[in-house]
Structure formats: structure tokens, C-alpha cells
Design a protein around this ligand. Sequence first.
Ligand SMILES: *Cc1c(COP(=O)(O)O)cnc(C)c1O
Length: 427
Amino acid sequence: MDYQSIFEGAIDQLKAEKRYRVFADLERIVGRFPHAIWRKDEQAREVVIWCSNDYLGMGQHQSVLGTMVDTALGMGAGAGGTRNISGTNHPLVELEAELADLHGKEAGLVFTSGFVSNEAAISTIARLMPNCLILSDELNHASMIEGIRRSGCEKKLFRHNDVEHLEELLAAAEPGRAKLIVFESVYSMDGDVSPIKEICDLAEKYGALTYIDEVHAVGMYGPRGGGIADREGLMHRIDVIEGTLAKAFGTLGGYITSTKAICDAVRSYAPGFIFTTALPPAIAAAAAASIRHLKRSSTERDMQQRQAQRAKDVLGGAGLPVMPSSTHIVPILVGDPDLCKQASDMLLEMHGIYIQPINYPTVPRGTERLRITPTPFHDDDLIDRLKTALTDVWTRLELPLSGPIDLAALAEEDEPVAHLAVPRSGG
Ligand SMILES: *Cc1c(COP(=O)(O)O)cnc(C)c1O
């Protein structure tokens, strides 16, 4: 048996489909974010990162770094065990209290990543409810799909953000049956927002439990950074709020907040929580410092919104096909995997700008794109330089400079529309 050829064949297939991924070797520089050093072929070069999920630059915030260093020096590098076996460090206990407070919930539970929190919490919550039916938005993240799969429960997909379709599915289910609605607040590839209030109304009407992924919103929306549900005054109407510590909070880890009973049940039954070493105390303390800072300060949020809007205006004004987005995410349509990769390579090699290509299966085929995430540190000058670089690449690749995308017009022409999508299966 030639085992190696199996794997080589699998890789060749990705290459043939232009879906083979190459990672950029980067080194971030504290104090100079979003600048970084990029290494290739023994050479090092300075570049500007335009696709970081460290949305507010908190990964280099002085209070976060200071707390991380002090805690590591005081308590060591690792946690020393699972939560059950000596891994429940005091900073983790404090972090969970900080998170419960952020979302106005009774309890919080921290996991080693946002991916693990979705996989462990969704599968366990659904599994513990007898004969549970899961209703899931068709564009939910791979980690949520994994949780749904692992629960072994029946699931029904509703069309993206389509509350009428969700209601049809709820109405068709047995009235007394346990139901769990699983959805996100900000969908990070299109930058659109879900109708949280309408989904909560339906959950009440049909007696369903609600689970929201606020990964791309925590820290960035709401008066204290509790997310879109915080901004809209809806946190109390959602049963489980899930988030990450690795994006706007700039560190690592994931969490849920909910009632004491739900958090305790997940703590007690989820293998993905029980059988893995806890987050190191330094990371837990740094995450808590970041959350605490963003509860008090709206400066970062305001600046991020300003720079995101400015990027949309400047890039759209230059004729670039900016896709409609009501959030901090600025997607630019390419519509072809090979050209998308070429555009990304040209930006990096000719302009020192790093934006990775987003291809299938992360987005539907035909909607391949560059996904830009301006932060408070991408100033007006950097935005202008980005515009110049993108228009140069667009011209070289003979891509259309036809201006911002009008979704309604696209739908009429029967062109690929970002929302008419297959479920994502890769990050
Ligand atoms: C990134 C992401 C996650 C996973 O969070 P990590 O902390 O990076 O593991 C979960 N849900 C969504 C929607 C995400 O984009």
C-alpha cells in the first residue's frame, strides 16, 4: 500500500481546484500594529496586515501585555492540568465572572478556543434535551456545524437570516418538542447582521432555546462591548451567548455565558471541556484585562467604525467592488479562485500588503473575495495606500472597476449572490 500517494493525491486535488492554501510567515511588531515582518525565501520584509481578526489591536494593548507578563512571572507558563485536575487557576475564575457580567448572565464557562466552545456547548446542550430538534442558519460557522453533528440530534437548516423560513420550520415541528435555534450575530464573510429580535420573538412563540455566536461582535458592539445583542438591548432574551477571547479581545480562548444550570451541565458533560488542559493563567488574566478595558472604553470601537466606514467609502469611490456590509468587515468581490489568489499574491509581493484570499469552501464558489478588516490602527494614509494598491492590482488583472456591489441588482441578473450560499465548512 502506497500510503503517501493517498495524501499527495488529496493535496494535488486542492491545487487543481486552486484551493490549496499557503500560509504567510509573519511576525507582528508591538507598537507598530498593523505592520509586521513577512518572511519568504530567506528574505524578511515589512508589510501591512489588512486581514487581522485582532480587530481593535488589543493584542498589543499595554494593560493586556503587562497583565500577561506579570501573571506568567507570578504563576508560571502553563495551567498544570485540566480544570478538574488542578487546572482551575484563580485568573480563570475571575475571567468567568467578568464574562458573566459582560453579558448579564448568571454564569460563564471558558474553553481553550471559540471553536471548542461551540463544538462542546452545542453538542452537549442539544444532547441533554430529549429528542431535541436543532434549527440552524445555513451560513453558521464550521465549529457550530461540528457541534450540531456531534449532538446526534435531528437538524433543520433555515435560509440565511430568513425568519419566515425559520417560522415555517418551527411551526411544522411538534409543539411540545425541545428545540434549539443556533445562529450568529455578525456573519464574518459578508459582514451582515442577523435579525436577533425577530429570532427571539419566534423562540418565545414556539418555546425554543436560543444559542448565539457573537464571536465577531464581542468587544466591538454595545456600550460595554457585549456584542450586537448588547447594542440592541437583547442579551437577556438569549439563552446562551457564545464568544471568543481571540479576536477583538486579542488573546486566546472561547466561552459561553448562560444560566448556572446550563453552564454547570456543559462543565459536567462536555468531553471538549473536561478532557483538555485549562487555559494558562497568564492568558486568562490578559483576556480579563482586555474585557475590563473595553467595558469602560469606547474609543477603540468608535475608531474602528470610523476607519471601516472610511475604507468602504474610499475603496468604493475608486470603483472597487465593495460588497454591502453593515459592520466593520469590508469584503471585495473577485468571483474567481485563481484571480483571488493572484490578487492576494500581487498585493503582498508588489505592494507589501497582506490580505489572504477567501475561497471555497469558506465562501460559495463564484463569490471568492478579499476580506478587509480595518482596525483603529489603519489610519487614513494607510487606507489611501490600500486604495492605490488595489486599483493597480485590479487594472493588471483586468478585473472590473464597476463600483460597490448592489445585491438587489445582482439577484435580478441571477448572478452569484453571497447570501445564496452553501454552508461553510472551513475557516
Ligand atoms: C473564529 C470563529 C470561531 C472560533 O473562534 P476561535 O476562538 O478562533 O476558535 C467561532 N465562530 C465563528 C463565527 C468564528 O468566525
